[in-house]
Design a protein around this ligand. Structure first.
Ligand code: ZN
Length: 408
């Protein structure tokens, strides 16, 4: 019998379902995103199945200034299989979730897993506990089946993804606690294979004009009007140029003004106006190019009749890193072959629309795939669910991928 058949034989669907339910029943919603209990649940499941693992806790120097919660609330798990004589494949999935939101919008208790219609409902069912479950169970099946791992498989349930990863994947990577050669990021793709992700760049523009009495606007320099001219110029000059860069699996570049704050009172011409932009860059469009185009427009407009000062800042931490893995890379080919074995057909490739922890690995320029059960449209919404069949299929596909890559 080959290892694929042995893994299939040792798979117990009920065990997978019960483990997913226990993950959902262990609250880890942000804020505050306290993952101590769920990290322990994952670590116990792995070590009970004879997989060595450790819990890593960031020290107090690793902080997220946005919430300032104590860093010990954000442990991550690192479990390992294999002899190390070969490549390292890493499974990443996040154990924190977003908040449940308005409970009256839920048909059931968001923190108590509920199984019906072939689905499991609850906060985090898809985002991201379905993937956490599939990745851990895949490793357990490999262990039980006695699959030899020539290299290393790291199972890495991480904290803090919903805050900004600085106490989770980003901390683990930057402190060199993880050195993978390839990564599978578990996020909801309906088990499609996502090979690309746009870069996320959050930009804040501040314009400083001159305040004066609202009755004599010609004496001042109205920062809000200047910002409006800037937004119009982006629409006319920047977006068409950036939309000319296309990618087979991703949407076009988007530049969205999302938050604007100008002026203090109705009868004062505003001195300051600040604008925040959510920019998602398709591979081929760089952050430098984006910021240069903003600077060019502002330099020109600020030297018109009413002069003003401006400032451009990037406000997110993982600036401008795209994921763009080649479909003929060994990782993509292996997961595709594993998919075909389980699903009976070759997969369709896709891009991942949101931002995943893939971006913190992308800086290392290693192959990254984003793959997991659940519909990405259901993440962060009430009555979130994951189809049981997809969790079982994902578990097998992940185990088979590890066999393809490491059991040589
Ligand atoms: Zn997620």
């Amino acid at each position: 019998m080959d290892y694929y058949s042995i893994v299939s034989n040792v798979l117990d669907e009920n065990e997978i379902i019960e483990f997913l339910k226990s993950l959902i029943n262990t609250r880890s919603d942000y804020p505050p995103g306290d993952t101590r209990k769920i990290a322990e649940l994952c670590a116990n499941k792995l070590s009970d199945n004879d997989i060595s693992c450790s819990i890593r806790v960031p020290d107090s120097s690793v902080r997220n200034p946005k919430d300032n919660n104590p860093s010990f609330m954000y442990p991550s798990v690192i479990a390992e299989l294999g002899n190390g004589n070969g490549p390292t494949l890493l499974f990443n999935a996040h154990i924190d979730t977003v908040s449940s939101g308005d409970h009256s919008m839920w048909a059931t208790d968001p923190f108590l897993a509920f199984q019906a219609y072939g689905n499991i409902y609850g906060r985090g069912a898809g985002d991201d506990k379905g993937s956490v479950c599939a990745q851990i169970m895949a490793a357990i099946l490999l262990r039980r089946a006695g699959v030899p791992i020539n290299g290393k498989l790291i199972i890495n349930p991480v904290s803090d993804e919903e805050a900004n990863s600085c106490r989770g994947a980003k901390w683990l990577i930057e402190s060199n606690q993880l050195l993978p050669d390839m990564v599978i990021v578990g996020e909801q793709t309906n088990n499609r294979i996502a090979v690309a992700e746009r870069a996320v760049v959050f930009v804040r523009i501040t314009i400083t004009g001159k305040a004066c009495h609202g009755a004599m606007p010609w004496v001042g320099s109205n920062a809000t009007v200047h910002m409006s001219d800037f937004i119009q110029a982006i629409k006319k000059e920047v977006i068409p140029q950036m939309e000319s860069v296309k990618h087979p699996y991703l949407p076009l570049t988007t530049i969205s003004p999302t938050h604007i704050d100008g002026g203090i009172q109705v009868n004062i011409i505003p001195e300051k106006c600040a604008l925040e932009l959510d920019c998602r860059l398709t591979p081929g469009v760089s952050e430098v190019e984006l910021l240069d185009s903003f600077d060019r427009i502002l330099r020109r407009l600020s030297h018109n009749k009413e002069q003003y000062q401006y400032e451009i800042e990037v406000t997110n931490s993982e600036k401008g890193v795209v994921t763009d893995t080649k479909i003929d890379s060994e990782l993509v080919v292996s997961i595709s072959e594993a998919y075909e074995k389980v699903m009976g057909k070759w997969p369709e490739y896709t891009g991942y629309m949101q931002a995943s922890d893939g971006r913190v690995f992308a800086r290392r320029q290693i192959p990254i795939v984003i793959f997991g059960p659940g519909d990405p449209k259901l993440g962060h919404s009430p009555n979130e669910f994951v189809p049981v069949s997809q969790v079982i299929e994902a578990t097998k596909i992940l185990a088979f991928t590890a066999i393809k890559l490491l059991a040589k």
